[in-house]
Design a protein around this ligand. Structure first.
Ligand code: KIV
Ligand code: ZN
Length: 512
């Protein structure tokens, strides 16, 4: 029997550390459910000690998820570890992930600790954590830039204390595949009790090699856990991308000889959900989940694929959840057909009332747009989930006037704490006028740091999906709105961002 490669997803923790990618508790729960559908082995749900909001997110996910292990990050101190254990109490299977930096640079300049102090703190932390949880992961932050003999001493000590997984991050994305693979291999050879733990890799993408480095850590180094994120989301240039690493191991099973438990059919839906929630658009030529990943433009390629698919395709689009942009439903489709299509797309709404709301919005959309694509349905349910959780502001209607040579003007009706209000403004363009009309009533004072529009299914008949990122008093939130009218989509996105600003708890950075 082939070895299993454990897939550890950290979209909700390391991914969320991307500037601007912060998520609400309910958004995290929806993504966690999608990760469970994907059959991810371990979901890192957050960093419980970093804020009350993160604690609640980890706790909610731990209580809801049944099939994946739920994990919380914690620094190597008793308080963080206790908070993680507390948040994970309701988990079917929980893991505490504790870390401390081991590179000379981080120990001296950041921690201001001697190597012996770091060794002592790591040992004590794992001893403390082991009394609270059976499944303990230890990470040596900036592990790849650590002095290997010292790192081997730390790892040996924490395994002796009961660490069950040892993770060696390339925290700053400095590694080269062959060198990183050999580093893990040599380190394992130097640690006498190496076989008592599972070895894990965690690579950042600063030089664009996170996936290659992770795969080298597996193939050369013998790691059996890969830490990754949907769409490669993460600090700076991001993390190793889940969809790429999983499809590499599945497609080249002949080379890796490993099994992965992931149900790849849910990959595209997961990618869309993460992109819509965070406002991080997936580039069209991104492997596996980019819009062009399976598109063949040249005549020679098209001809080849028509004659025999494998002339130019090494994976099947359907296997990762692409359903070829087909027209799925229309105006006459009923609730059951809608519900069934949601199931086929891997979307599970939590309650009958959520399905009813989504169905009502689907009917409204079908009245205005003759062809409804899978992408429309995914946008509709994703923005439905985001809208349902907060009710400070809600979109009602909008009218706007724009004409060459005239100043655009917008009038918007929306609800504020359940009461309808009407507000109007002029602006540079109709979108600007409608945002200003909202702001004229709300006075949030927030700064807009990102505004982006994306055509969901590629034509002018398509719905526009708008992301608005707002910043206020050090907090950054994303709002998403979808509508065939991009001015309306923009107003919805702005209101959704205001709702999040209104509700979100403070957080502190996970590292540093
Ligand atoms: O990149 C890193 O070193 C991390 C650790 C905290 C695991 O994210
Ligand atoms: Zn990281």
């Amino acid at each position: 029997m082939a070895d299993k490669l454990i897939i550890f997803d950290t979209t909700l923790r390391d991914g969320e550390q991307s500037p601007g990618a912060s998520m609400t508790r309910d958004e995290k729960l929806r993504i966690a459910r999608q990760l469970e559908r994907l059959r991810v082995d371990v979901i890192e749900a957050g960093f419980a000690a970093s804020s009350n909001g993160d604690f609640e997110a980890v706790q909610t996910i731990a209580n809801a998820i049944k099939d994946s292990t739920v994990c919380s990050l914690s620094r190597a101190n008793d308080r963080d570890i206790s908070r993680a254990a507390e948040a994970l109490k309701g988990a079917n299977s929980g893991r505490i992930h504790t870390f401390i930096a081991t590179s000379p640079l981080h120990m001296e300049k950041k921690l201001r600790m001697t190597p012996e102090q770091v060794l002592e703190q790591a040992t004590q932390a794992v001893r403390f954590a082991r009394n609270l949880c059976a499944d303990i992961e230890f990470s040596a932050e900036d592990g790849y830039r650590s002095e290997i003999d010292f790192l081997a001493r730390v790892v040996e000590a924490v395994i002796n204390e009961g660490a069950t997984t040892i993770n060696i991050p390339d925290t700053v994305g400095y590694a080269i595949p062959e060198l990183y693979g050999n580093f893990i291999k040599t380190l394992r050879e130097k640690v006498p009790n190496a076989d008592k733990a599972i070895w894990s890799v965690h690579c950042h993408n600063d030089l664009g090699m996170a996936v290659a480095n992770s795969l080298a850590g597996v193939k050369i180094g013998g790691a059996r856990q890969v830490e990754c994120t949907i769409n490669g989301l993460g600090e700076r240039a991001g993390n190793c991308s889940l969809e790429e690493v999983v499809m590499a191991v599945k497609t080249r099973r002949d080379y890796f000889g490993l099994d992965v438990g992931i149900d790849a059919q849910h990959i595209v839906a997961a990618s869309r959900m993460v992109s819509q929630t965070t406002g991080f658009v997936v580039q069209p030529n991104k492997a596996v989940v980019g819009a062009n990943a399976f598109a063949h433009a040249s005549g020679i390629h098209q001809d080849g694929v028509l004659k025999a698919r494998d002339t130019y395709e090494i994976m099947r689009a359907e296997d990762v959840g692409w359903s070829a942009n087909k027209i799925v439903l229309g105006k006459l489709s009923g609730r059951n057909a809608f519900k069934q299509r949601l199931q086929e797309l891997g979307v599970e709404l939590d309650s009958e009332s959520e399905i009813n709301n989504a169905f009502t919005r689907f009917k409204e959309l079908a009245d205005r747009k003759s062809e409804i694509f899978d992408e429309d349905i995914l946008a509709l349910v994703n923005s439905e989930g985001a809208a349902a959780e907060q009710d400070q502001y809600g979109f009602v209607s909008l009218s706007q006037r724009s004409e060459t040579g005239e100043q655009p003007h917008a009038t918007i009706v929306f609800t504020a704490q359940g009461k309808e209000v009407k507000s109007e403004s002029t602006g540079n363009g109709p979108v600007d006028a409608s945002m200003k009309a909202i702001e004229a009533f709300v006075h949030s004072g927030a700064e807009m740091v990102l505004y982006s529009v994306n055509a969901i299914s590629g034509s002018t008949e398509s719905q526009g999906e708008v992301t608005v990122r707002l910043q206020n008093s050090g907090r950054v939130v994303n709002g998403v709105g979808a509508d065939p009218d991009i001015v309306v989509a923009s107003a919805k996105a702005y209101l959704s961002a205001l709702n999040k600003l209104h509700s979100k708890a403070d957080r502190v950075a996970a590292q540093g």
